[in-house]
Design a binder for this molecule. Structure first.
Ligand SMILES: *[C@@H]1O[C@H](CO)[C@@H](O)[C@H](O)[C@H]1NC(C)=O
Ligand SMILES: *[C@@H]1O[C@H](CO)[C@@H](O)[C@H](O)[C@H]1NC(C)=O
Ligand SMILES: *[C@@H]1O[C@H](CO)[C@@H](O)[C@H](O)[C@H]1NC(C)=O
Ligand SMILES: *[C@@H]1O[C@H](CO)[C@@H](O)[C@H](O)[C@H]1NC(C)=O
Ligand SMILES: *[C@@H]1O[C@H](CO)[C@@H](O)[C@H](O)[C@H]1NC(C)=O
Ligand SMILES: *[C@@H]1O[C@H](CO)[C@@H](O)[C@H](O)[C@H]1NC(C)=O
Ligand SMILES: *[C@@H]1O[C@H](CO)[C@@H](O)[C@H](O)[C@H]1NC(C)=O
Ligand SMILES: *[C@@H]1O[C@H](CO)[C@@H](O)[C@H](O)[C@H]1NC(C)=O
Ligand SMILES: *[C@@H]1O[C@H](CO)[C@@H](O)[C@H](O)[C@H]1NC(C)=O
Length: 570
């Protein structure tokens, strides 16, 4: 922008302007156009047209006029009212200068102009303050606030402003709560008392003359709403598991902090500074969002590739405002492999296997033991005798009821020998078959039971209600031997399911409770005679191993082993 400065041309310019003035575009910049100055003080008013970006005049001239006058303001440094560059200066202003002024810009084709209004005032009665022309400013209590001595730019000499003097209610401020900084007045711990009338004074030297520039400021102090230090919602103080070389993003989500006062540090340095040579860690100013009248500021930490160095450092998010600060510490730690999954798996598999094994054993216990016996006892010739003659002593009720007689006798005298003796090779003593008639029953029974490895008792439900069985002397003796001497294992076989044992002898109840009973299904099918049906397997399982066994070998059999009745030490 070039300004015509040739004084010799001014006459021509005046002439031109007088003709072209009417064709000028007038710009109305209302708000900018009111100017006040205290009588006797210097004032400079800039022509804003020259600063308007939408107006490009190229080669042009700029001229100030007093409104209505065709005589331009002179660019004479000795003149009280003069034009300097694009500004009009009053050195100083006098009351009579109040009024309108205009500046006009012209190039070869266009003309534009604007008006300004100037008021020169006088303080009544030599007062140092004029409320009417004071500039309002406002601050909050409890803060460190600052007020400004405005519009001083024109009075800077080589960019240096002479010290500003501040007055409050016409008295020079000396309190150490107030500090001067350039054209600002800083007020620490502002209180309501600080409200009032301020005046700033700046000495200004021009062409060997000293002028005073002053501004009146009416300061409004407002009680600040209660405010708190900022809050950090995330992250919490914690450590984050992260794999070496992976990407991690940590958002620092805060509220109440001032803009630009949320940031990340590492090892007490700003992220940007600490990682200035690395392209792996960034701090991204993310965004400010408003929710329910609260503003949330989020600053993101983006570590695109975690290196060993990051595990040693603590990353700290800071949020500040004038009421305090909040911090959150984040540490990275190596991701440890998670053993819990596999461990649980092993437990579950182990549990299932154990359960399955137990179930399998429970269901197939009998078969397993029988199979084991058949497999494990190949040498019958080398029998180790426990000195007993019979594998089982078979005791069954004698009855007069013919219907049961057939049923029972068939089982005891036909099926039992057929399966156990013929098919399995056991040796049985069956009362009524193997006893010698005429022998004293009691002595036979007792001797023979002692010669037997098992006592097999066959029970009939109908008979159990009848007291006959109970009174059978053989039975008593057998029970006595089996239970009191504990030397023999008892096998109970029910010919039918017996629900009610109340009428049974105590000894039978005891055996039933302790070892259970095997139940004979009443149908005499063909397969009932086969040793590998379930019933006979159960019987064989309770029978001693088929050959005569030594005690040590008996201990190998789970069922026999756990049986207290077998605690014989012979
Ligand atoms: C004169 O100023 C007008 C308005 O900004 C502009 O459009 C025009 O180009 C200028 N003419 C010359 C010759 O610079
Ligand atoms: C100055 O103040 C006094 C009393 O306050 C008053 O009588 C006098 O008229 C005032 N003078 C001017 C010029 O305002
Ligand atoms: C502002 O107030 C705080 C706390 O009340 C005090 O520590 C500090 O010294 C005060 N500052 C000044 C400049 O008086
Ligand atoms: C500030 O000036 C106005 C007008 O002169 C006056 O009414 C007011 O009381 C003054 N304020 C103080 C705090 O002195
Ligand atoms: C400028 O102000 C100072 C004190 O504030 C005063 O002594 C001096 O006379 C003033 N100068 C002029 C030219 O008003
Ligand atoms: C920040 O936290 C607030 C409150 O918990 C939540 O409403 C908001 O969505 C969070 N903003 C981000 C960017 O995570
Ligand atoms: C952290 O800073 C201290 C001092 O500024 C420096 O000695 C140390 O090496 C730094 N640690 C890391 C891990 O950069
Ligand atoms: C994090 O930084 C990496 C590397 O510059 C970039 O590719 C990725 O998009 C960034 N992630 C986010 C969420 O800004
Ligand atoms: C984190 O810990 C520091 C002290 O170690 C504490 O001052 C701060 O309040 C904690 N920040 C969070 C978000 O818990």
């Amino acid at each position: 922008m070039k300004v015509t400065t040739l004084f010799s041309c001014s006459l021509t310019t005046v002439f031109l302007s007088s003709i072209k003035a009417d064709h000028c575009n007038v710009y109305n910049l209302n708000s900018k156009l009111q100017h006040f100055v205290l009588e006797g003080q210097p004032l400079a008013i800039n022509c804003l047209l020259s600063k308007m970006p939408n107006l490009e005049f190229g080669e042009h001239s700029l001229t100030w006029y007093q409104a209505g006058h065709h005589t331009p303001v002179l660019e004479d440094p000795h003149s009280r009212i003069q034009q300097q560059a694009s500004s009009i200066w009053f050195l100083p202003a006098v009351l009579e200068d109040s009024g309108s002024y205009e500046c006009a810009i012209r190039n070869s084709t266009h003309c534009s102009k604007m008006y300004v209004k100037l008021t020169v005032f006088r303080n009544s009665n030599g007062s140092c303050f004029n409320a009417k022309f004071a500039i309002p400013q406002s601050v909050y209590t409890s803060t460190n606030s600052k007020i400004v001595c405005p519009n001083l730019n024109d009075f800077r000499n080589e960019n240096h402003l002479l010290p500003v003097l501040w007055y409050k209610d016409c008295k020079l401020i000396k309190d150490r709560r107030f500090q001067l900084l350039d054209n600002y007045l800083m007020i620490a711990n502002t209180t309501m008392e600080d409200q009032g009338n301020y005046t700033c004074h700046v000495p200004f030297n021009y062409m060997g003359k000293q002028y005073n520039v002053s501004r009146d400021i009416s300061l409004q102090v407002t009680e600040s709403p209660p405010r708190n230090p900022p809050e950090i919602f995330s992250p919490r103080n914690h450590s984050v598991e992260v794999k070496l070389g992976s990407n991690i993003i940590i958002d620092c989500n805060t509220s109440g902090a001032e803009v630009d006062h949320v940031f990340w540090t590492v090892n007490d340095s700003y992220i940007d500074h600490y990682y200035k040579h690395s392209k792996n860690v960034f701090e991204i100013y993310e965004k400010e969002i408003f929710l329910q009248g609260k503003s949330f500021l989020t600053v993101r930490l983006n570590i695109s590739k975690v290196s060993d160095k990051e595990y040693e450092n603590v990353f700290v998010c800071h949020a500040l405002n004038s009421f305090g600060q909040a911090v959150a510490h984040v540490m990275l730690r190596h991701k440890v492999p998670d053993f819990r999954g596999p461990l649980i798996g092993i437990f579950v598999v182990g549990f299932l296997l154990t359960t399955a094994t137990i179930l399998f054993y429970t269901f197939f216990k009998v078969d397993i033991v029988l199979w084991y016996r058949s497999f494990h006892c190949p040498f019958t010739s080398k029998e180790v005798s426990d000195g007993k003659t019979y594998d089982a002593f078979v005791l069954y009720p004698t009855t007069n009821a013919v219907a049961y007689m057939y049923h029972l006798d068939n089982f005891v005298l036909n099926l039992l020998p057929e399966v156990l003796e013929q098919q399995c090779g056991y040796k049985l003593f069956i009362v009524g078959r193997d006893d010698i008639p005429g022998q004293a029953v009691v002595s036979i029974t007792e001797d023979t039971i002692q010669q037997s490895r098992r006592l097999m008792i066959i029970l009939e439900p109908e008979l159990s209600s009848c007291s006959r069985l109970e009174e059978t002397s053989e039975q008593h003796i057998a029970m006595y031997n089996a239970l009191v001497h504990c030397g023999i294992k008892v096998i109970l076989i029910e010919m039918e399911k017996i629900e009610d044992y109340t009428n049974m002898p105590e000894s039978i109840k005891y055996i039933k409770q302790k070892h259970g009973a095997i139940q004979w299904k009443k149908n005499f099918a063909e397969e009932s005679q086969l040793a590998n049906t379930r019933f006979w397997k159960n019987v064989r399982y309770r029978m001693p191993p088929r050959r005569t066994v030594s005690l040590s070998e008996i201990h190998l059999l789970p069922q026999v082993h756990s049986n207290p009745v077998m605690t014989i030490t012979r």
